[in-house]
Design a protein around this ligand. Structure first.
Ligand code: FAD
Length: 106
């Protein structure tokens, strides 16, 4: 089985990549489905304390799914909330596509 760290790293990789390839201009149906995706995801994420905190966090900060930019920024902020809780460094959200879509440019 995956431990909490491996599971987290793989899951963040998937979630940020999904946000980076989300349509720039989604249809209303796509936007609604992405909100549903995160609500369902937060219910079944297989680390109970992680899932409970993430449910609270997205209740306070519901998914922003009107554009790719908005979704990627929203998800980066959610990840930073977890980083803060775990004492990890904050990530510069202006670099989120560079990291997850276009590749590091340095
Ligand atoms: P990770 O945090 O996994 O990040 C992977 C890579 O993403 C980093 O190397 C960096 O390049 C990039 N990155 C970092 N921050 C951002 C950002 N803000 N935006 C975009 N990219 C970024 N663990 C717990 O112990 N307790 C919890 O409550 C908990 N809750 C979690 C909730 C969710 C929804 C998820 C997906 C994971 C959770 N985790 C939790 C796991 C935790 O977030 C980490 O994944 C794990 O500790 C491994 O950390 P890491 O240092 O490898 O980097």
């Amino acid at each position: 089985p995956l431990d909490k760290e491996e599971l987290g790293k793989s899951t963040w990789g998937f979630l940020h990549t999904m946000a980076s390839y989300y349509p720039e201009k989604p249809t209303k149906s796509e936007a609604e489905k992405m909100v549903q995706f995160f609500n369902i995801f937060s219910q079944f994420y297989p680390c109970e304390p992680c899932a409970l905190d993430f449910q609270d966090d997205i209740k306070k900060h519901p998914p922003k799914t009107k554009t790719r930019e908005e979704l990627a920024k929203w998800l980066c902020d959610r990840h930073n909330t977890v980083n803060k809780k775990l004492g990890k460094p904050m990530f510069d959200c202006s670099k989120v596509h560079e990291r997850w879509k276009d590749g590091w440019l340095d």
